[in-house]
Design a binder for this molecule. Structure first.
Ligand SMILES: O=C(O)CCC(=O)C(=O)O
Ligand SMILES: [Fe+2]
Length: 181
């Protein structure tokens, strides 16, 4: 939560259309992922405050090391906040990283969510998996470029986030390495 105090949530907007997303986000680490009318990208500064992102918490860096087995650190922790019946994330690939060989590691906290995951093409079959608080998803190897998204969350299925953030909801933490080692 010190991260949120230093880097407030911002409302991302869709490239080209400038439509607001249904979720809000922020980042920790040397790079943060942002989306606005000009596109998706990683940048060192918060789009609204202009400040660098707060450091990636040690406990998350340790989890990255343990769960990936890599000795190169993650550079970005994207923090997505989903609140309410309409919060979702459309099917997409994580492919804004310069080096796409590193895993993508994500943690679900708070309300449960319906996660959708398919293959490397947008049109292929997908499966849906319920993600509960504490669940970990890792996209690596064959699945690194799998299409995935969040269909919806189940509001009020957990009280965890409500203790810290008004309105509660679901937090997803996604750790990524952007640059080659
Ligand atoms: O919220 C999730 O579980 C997925 C988030 C995601 O895919 C992303 O931020 O790229
Ligand atoms: Fe993603």
């Amino acid at each position: 939560m010190p991260v949120i105090a230093k880097a407030p949530f911002f409302k991302p907007r869709m490239p080209r259309t400038n439509q607001p997303w249904s979720i809000i986000m922020t980042n920790a680490g040397s790079l943060g992922w942002v989306s606005d009318v000009n596109g998706y990208r990683y940048q060192a500064a918060h789009p609204e405050t202009g400040e660098t992102w707060p450091p990636l918490p040690n406990i998350l860096q340790a989890a990255w090391t343990d769960l990936t087995g890599l000795d190169v650190p993650a550079e970005c922790c994207l923090i997505n906040l989903y609140q309410g019946q309409r919060a979702k994330m459309g099917l997409h690939q994580d492919r804004d990283e310069i080096d796409k060989s590193f895993p993508v590691l994500s943690f679900s906290l708070g309300d449960s969510a319906r996660f959708r995951v398919g293959g490397k093409t947008r049109k292929g079959p997908t499966q849906s998996v319920k993600l509960n608080s504490g669940d970990v998803v890792i996209l690596q190897g064959e699945s690194r470029l799998s299409f995935h998204g969040i269909d919806r969350i189940m509001p009020d299925s957990s009280q965890l986030i409500g203790d810290y953030i008004e309105g509660g909801g679901r937090i997803n933490l996604t750790l990524r390495r952007v640059n080659p080692a």
